[in-house]
Write a protein that binds this ligand. Structure first.
Ligand code: ATP
Length: 232
């Protein structure tokens, strides 16, 4: 496996709070991985560490062969990120918003605007974002994260609150990106049928990685019934 992300014995403390405790794992090219855990499990903290927004208290993180927190991190433009609570300027249209991010990321405008079609926002592209539903804002967030065809895509609870049809669209888009060789990590509170489609599942509980494997492996280990029930 060619690793694009290497997390080695990483601990992140916020004062007395240990958000991540000694986590280690590697993510490879073309992997679609679900990062599962309850509130406060450390999912967002891990993503922020991978993005270089924060530094580990101990241990090391490597993304695309470099330290993402280093000022000169060359891979930054190849990372796509959809934060948990994505917010946009409600006065701009979907198109204007996407154009803004394309300019910010210095990526070709036409390709960026085409992504609105990819996520199914074509018909609503000229509407103001203030009139969008939560699901539409999530799709816009995904379109923004996809600008520049990222080699690493980090999605923080992207499907929470989406109806099944939207979740399906979401998965189709990110499965395609992974099939093209990107590393996709998406966090969620629990495994649903769609998250089970991820090739691999990492389960976090209170900052500790408690499981890492394919759904089948995890089922076998835990002797879980056909529909996995997450009790971490
Ligand atoms: P959720 O599903 O609620 O988003 P999460 O798995 O993403 O949870 P994190 O946001 O990574 O969890 O938080 C892990 C722990 O670290 C929690 O106890 C949280 O309160 C704490 N924490 C996160 N960010 C900070 C911060 N900036 N300052 C202090 N504590 C923090």
């Amino acid at each position: 496996m060619t690793s694009t992300i290497r997390v080695t014995e990483v601990t992140k403390e916020y004062g007395p709070v240990k958000a991540v405790c000694g986590a280690s794992f590697e993510l490879g090219r073309g992997e679609l991985v679900a990062l599962i855990g309850h509130n406060g499990a450390g999912k967002t903290t891990l993503m922020k560490l991978m993005l270089g927004l924060i530094r580990p208290t101990s241990g090391s993180i490597e993304v695309l062969g470099d330290n993402p927190a280093a000022g000169e991190f060359a891979g930054r433009r190849q990372l796509g990120y959809l934060p948990e609570n994505v917010s946009f300027d409600s006065a701009l249209t979907g198109r204007e918003t996407q154009a803004f991010y394309a300019r910010l990321k210095r990526e070709p405008m036409t390709k960026a605007l085409n992504l609105l079609e990819t996520v199914g926002l074509g018909p609503a592209a000229r509407r103001r974002v203030g009139t969008y539903s939560k699901g539409m804002r999530q799709r816009l967030g995904l379109a923004q994260a996809l600008i520049g065809h990222p080699r690493v895509l980090l999605l923080d609870e992207p499907t929470t609150g989406l109806d099944p049809e939207l979740r399906q669209t979401f998965y189709e888009v990110i499965e395609q990106l992974a099939a093209d060789g990107a590393t996709v990590l998406l966090s969620s509170h629990a495994l649903t049928e769609l998250e089970e489609r991820a090739g691999r599942v990492i389960i976090m509980n209170r900052g500790i990685k408690v499981a890492d494997g394919s759904i089948d492996e995890l089922r076998r280990l835990a002797r879980l019934p056909t529909r996995i029930r997450l009790k971490v």
